[in-house]
Design a protein around this ligand. Structure first.
Ligand code: SF4
Length: 458
């Protein structure tokens, strides 16, 4: 029996799809490269913008013709298109789908397969229990078979959902309120991943800094506490976390990043806009000056830190002057990365209900391009400062087409390097050198806005 999982969307969806694959393999399924070859097909979806939702609906249409040809195939729909709401309207809209799964909840599919007698019920209950806690009681297989020993960097969801009401955001409506996972479950999952060859973990949450605030008294554990516990795990070389929120980053967290060698000095802190009126209409809970102060705090405490952000252009009512303040803020702060998105009205959200989407698509695109060009210039200059310097790279894999390895610096910059290694190095070229999962020192010989190229130093 074969399965195929198709994933659209964020790191959280990737982590959920990996967990679903692991559970199906535990039930005896094996992976199929293509949906056409699979007995169970799952589409994991994102609706953060209309374009993502259109992509999901389009792909679901393609799976319909497959289902028409092979009615015995089990088709599951998962993620934010389903959300934590009643699936009845979706059942009517997509009658060819067999199972609807809320984000991070594979259980309905496992139960459906058991009901159909396609899998052993007892194993389903055991697998469900394991899946719920993201790890297996016996610490057994956590990663899908083909990723064991091959996956260098893995995502670990630590906070599910979000209880913050940014007016443009659909996530709270689709992923539900914020709930932190018990710290012992996260530590056990990280240990199991390290035992299977993972060298870097990235802790995930919509507001990862709020980890633990909803935990019962007996379990109090902040993100900083959690980082200290994970830091003790043998085999792990790097720890990252995302996504932060300007209103929730504590000095304890900055101290943990500064003091714990495995925790990478890279921050993902969305600003979304540089104008206070726009930020207020977004209900982000901070001002542009608050954001400036946060960036200054990070750079004072961790001088070589890298900071990435998210920006939405064309929010309802955003005037050219207000957009110019966003532009000026990015020009002033010179951040390492900025994901720029055009405002997309989302159903159920306050902004979609209250504010007309009055910034035209051409103007949104003009603003997006302007910020992208600015950011490319800034990051190009920042990366050029690394020329001739040796950087530490955790090697994630090899691009066979170009015969070169790739990985990331601690500050999340993508680096490529070729095989030529000095004779003294234990990973001598041509002798099956395998840098995967290893830390390499690479001297930067070329720098662009989006990646670096270098040569091995040792
Ligand atoms: S913090 Fe705001 S933007 Fe982020 S997931 Fe929560 S509601 Fe959405």
């Amino acid at each position: 029996m074969k399965y195929h999982v198709s994933t659209i969307g964020c790191q959280m969806n990737e982590a959920d799809s990996r967990r679903l694959a692991s559970a199906l393999e535990r039930l005896g399924y094996t992976p199929a490269e293509r949906a056409e070859e699979a007995d169970v097909v799952v589409l994991n979806t994102c609706v953060v913008r209309q374009s993502a939702e259109d992509k999901a609906v389009g792909r679901l249409g393609a799976f319909k013709s497959l289902k028409d040809r092979r009615p015995e195939m089990v088709l599951g729909l998962m993620g934010c298109l389903v959300g934590v709401r009643d699936a009845a309207p979706l059942r009517k809209r997509f009658p060819w789908v067999d199972v609807f799964m809320p984000p991070s909840e594979p259980e309905p599919l496992l139960a459906f397969l058991a009901e159909r007698g396609l899998v052993d019920e007892a194993r389903v209950l055991e697998t469900e229990a394991a899946a719920r806690r993201y790890h297996l009681p016996d610490g057994g297989l956590l990663l899908p078979a083909r990723e064991q020993g091959a996956l260098v960097s893995a995502y670990i969801p630590i906070v599910l959902g979000c209880s913050t009401g940014c007016t443009y955001c659909i996530i709270p409506y689709r992923r539900g309120p914020e709930r932190s996972r018990p710290p012992e479950d996260i530590v056990a999952e990280a240990q199991a991943l390290a035992a299977q060859g993972v060298r870097e973990i990235t802790l995930l949450g919509q507001i990862v800094d709020r980890y633990g605030l909803d935990l019962a008294d007996l379990q109090t554990c902040t993100l900083a506490d959690l980082l200290h516990r994970l830091h003790e795990i043998d085999g792990l070389q790097r720890i990252r976390f995302l996504t932060s929120h300007p209103a929730w980053m504590t000095d304890d967290l900055l101290d943990a990043v500064a003091d714990l060698p495995k925790v990478c000095e890279h921050f993902e802190v969305p600003v979304q806009a540089g104008d206070d009126e726009v930020l207020a209409a977004m209900q982000r809970g901070y001002t542009a000056d608050d954001y400036r102060r946060l960036v200054a705090r990070i750079r004072e405490r961790i001088p070589n830190a890298s900071i990435a952000t998210d920006v939405i252009v064309g929010f309802p009512g955003e005037t050219p002057e207000q957009f110019q303040r966003t532009y000026d803020l990015l020009a002033e702060l010179r951040l390492d990365k900025a994901h720029i998105a055009r405002y997309s009205p989302r159903p159920q959200t306050l902004a979609a209900r209250k504010y007309p989407d009055d910034v035209g698509p051409e103007e949104k695109e003009r603003r997006r391009k302007a910020l992208d060009a600015l950011q490319a210039e800034i990051v190009g200059e920042i990366n050029c400062r690394l020329l001739g310097q040796a950087v530490e790279v955790l090697v994630e894999g090899r691009d066979e087409r170009k015969a070169r390895w790739y990985g990331r610096t601690r500050t999340d910059k993508l680096v490529f390097f070729e095989d030529a290694v000095p004779s003294s190095s234990p990973c001598r070229a041509g002798e099956g050198s395998d840098w995967r999962g290893k830390l390499a020192r690479v001297r930067v010989t070329w720098a662009g806005p989006w990646s670096l190229i270098g040569e091995i130093v040792e």
